[in-house]
Design a protein around this ligand. Structure first.
Ligand SMILES: C[S@@+](CC[C@H](N)C(=O)[O-])C[C@H]1O[C@@H](n2cnc3c(N)ncnc32)[C@H](O)[C@@H]1O
Length: 211
């Protein structure tokens, strides 16, 4: 039986290696496949992975969803750290994520990974709101997407959900506005960690006040 790993794509694959929490990751980027920003490994993702390692965070038995997975590096680490993880992005990015999941997640753990299309503002209603964790690295960079991203976060989160969001606050247009003004209207936001201009925030949904 052939798998996506057997397919020799007509475009170039660029592979980078990392080690987090004792897991060796080989992440491929589909260069020349017109994936735009999705075909890069961005610093906020690496900073979030290192944070999970340094804080000994695991996701054992937890239901996790990643928004804007790109190469899938963060979601893949979350699977390797024990989570039941749904990795999501726009439809045309899913083959790259699948490639990296197959290359990095052993067969014995693969049933804990799921790859789905989720375009913010459009597809969130296809998902439940019973996630323990939502992850998002370098997904705050395009102000035209902020409304859809907020709608998506509001739909996916219950008051029990923890969101880890890692953003480059100087390189990305509107990122400060999103984190300092837009999100805090509906989420409690705590700055957990900084590494250069990459900031990791922990968010929880505000409980509506009863009258
Ligand atoms: C800068 S990349 C970051 C990728 C990855 N999280 C990382 O840290 O390397 C942003 C990702 O968000 C996804 N994205 C942007 N707008 C989106 C939208 N409206 N709906 C779903 N995904 C979106 C892009 O396709 C891309 O994969």
């Amino acid at each position: 039986m052939s798998s996506i790993l057997d397919v020799n794509p007509s475009f170039e694959l660029e592979e980078k290696s990392y080690e987090f929490s004792g897991h060796h990751l080989k992440i491929s980027m589909f260069k020349g496949a017109y994936l735009g920003v999705s075909a890069f490994i961005w610093e906020p993702g690496l900073v979030l992975c290192r944070y999970f390692e340094n804080e000994n965070i695991d996701f054992i038995g937890k239901k996790v969803l990643e928004l804007g997975s790109g190469t899938g590096i963060v979601g893949i680490l979350a699977v390797l750290l024990g989570g039941n993880v749904t990795l999501t992005d726009r439809p045309y990015v899913l083959k790259q994520i699948e490639y990296n999941v197959l290359a990095n997640v052993p067969l014995t753990s693969r049933h804990r990974s799921n790859i789905c299309a989720l375009a913010w503002g459009d597809d969130q209603n296809n998902f439940s709101n019973d996630f323990d964790f939502i992850l998002g690295s370098d997904i705050v960079y395009n102000p035209t997407q902020f409304q859809g991203l907020l709608q998506t976060l509001l739909h996916l989160c219950s008051e029990k959900t923890t969101v880890y969001m890692s953003s480059n606050v100087t390189a990305r247009e509107g990122s400060v506005n999103f984190h300092e003004h837009l999100l805090p209207r509906q989420f409690n936001s705590e700055l957990l960690h900084t590494s250069g201009s990459n900031f990791i925030y922990k968010l929880t949904k505000k409980v509506p006040r009863s009258i």
